[in-house]
Write a protein that binds this ligand. Sequence first.
Ligand SMILES: N[C@@H](CCC(=O)N[C@@H](CS)C(=O)NCC(=O)O)C(=O)O
Length: 204
Amino acid sequence: MIDPILHEDPRSGNCYKIKLTAALLGMPLTIQRYDILAGETRTPEFLTRVNANGRIPVLQIGDRFLPESNAACYYLATGSALIPGERFDHADMLRWMFFEQNSHEPNIATLRFWLHFIGEAQLSQEQEAQTMAKRIAGCNALTLMDRHLQVHDWFVGTSVTLADIALSAYTHVASDGGFDLGDYPAVQAWLARVARLPGYVAMA
Ligand SMILES: N[C@@H](CCC(=O)N[C@@H](CS)C(=O)NCC(=O)O)C(=O)O
């Protein structure tokens, strides 16, 4: 089988999810790097050949291209213990992955991008106006996670699943977006469990 190719920017937590999934599964991954800040995913060539949506990550399998981080993790992990076989747990894993995309990433990852990579002084008026709402929504997501993790070691069932991989990617760098993880001790303990998993790799 040809190694999957990950089209990525190493600063992206969405790309990191896929690298972590592959590492935990011991799967090889060829890396093709882009600089999103330089607009390298917005070129006509990228839009035509890789992803018409102009974003990374994209997982390439042969001559087929799969955008969306959680779909790429799902592709790699299909048939492995990272995806529960039991019907309810399987759907529950998807529930947390949808939560990550709807309620977590748009707030925590976006504030990280704005504050850590663009810089507060460079934000547009529109971005500045959205900062407080994103901070509140990001804290709400972390509070919900912390409550769940006060009584569970993992998001679904009794071992790591893609739900933990998807949610840990931007949570463990949330301080870059101005979030204080000290307010969420159960989240911190869970992140430490994730980092102790055999095969774990740190974000670049
Ligand atoms: N929902 C998508 C989000 C993809 C996304 O927002 N990618 C960002 C980096 S994390 C990007 O490519 N930004 C560059 C751009 O929009 O030009 C996923 O989970 O993969």
